[in-house]
Design a protein around this ligand. Structure first.
Ligand SMILES: Nc1ncnc2c1ncn2[C@@H]1O[C@H](COP(=O)(O)OP(=O)(O)OP(=O)(O)O)[C@@H](O)[C@H]1O
Ligand SMILES: [Mg+2]
Length: 154
């Protein structure tokens, strides 16, 4: 199982310059990986990004948005739970870090965002609420400037 995940990871990674393993040595490299990963995505996909505070989830989202054609500002939605970026397909950037009640997920209609691509930071805050995740990316802080990425399809 983990071997399979690793193989998939290497496939995505093969198209990213200067990286032959799961290690990203700078924020720029993580973003570039996101640009490349974005090419695999299609409307309706839901990407879950897991990792500690400061792991690089938002940096990766910035790269994914760029890869999807959106070059505007990408920051963690802090007051709103969701940011919608104007793009074709539309991008929904969700951060559940401050989620208090899963009813709020119903209110933002998270289940109906199937026309766009949804990126979710802190998906574990949703508990048992169905997020329909299609791709899960886990980021591990390995030292100040390096991060280990793992990706799996669900
Ligand atoms: N290899 C790397 N990849 C990504 N970010 C890195 C890397 N090395 C250092 N960093 C730094 O780590 C921080 C990542 O911040 P970012 O906001 O993307 O994290 P986050 O996972 O979204 O955090 P939060 O849980 O607070 O939303 C930035 O300050 C960035 O410069
Ligand atoms: Mg963030």
């Amino acid at each position: 199982m983990s071997g399979q995940t690793h193989l998939k990871f290497l496939n995505y990674n093969a198209v990213v310059e200067n990286s032959t393993d799961g290690l990203m040595h700078s924020e720029a490299q993580t973003e570039a990986w996101g640009v490349s990963f974005a090419k695999k995505l299609k409307p309706g996909d839901v990407v879950a990004l897991e990792g500690d505070l400061g792991a690089g989830k938002t940096a990766l989202c910035r790269g994914i948005c760029k890869g999807l054609g959106f070059n505007g500002t990408v920051n963690s939605p802090s007051y709103a739970i969701v940011h919608e970026y104007p793009n074709e397909p539309p991008i929904y950037h969700i951060d559940l870090y401050r989620l208090k009640n899963t009813n709020d997920l119903q209110d933002i209609g998270i289940e109906d965002l199937t026309s766009g691509i949804t990126l979710i930071e802190w998906p574990q805050m949703a508990g048992n609420f169905p997020l329909n995740i299609t791709h899960r990316i886990t980021i591990k802080i390995t030292n100040e400037n390096s991060r280990e990425l793992r990706v799996s399809n669900e």
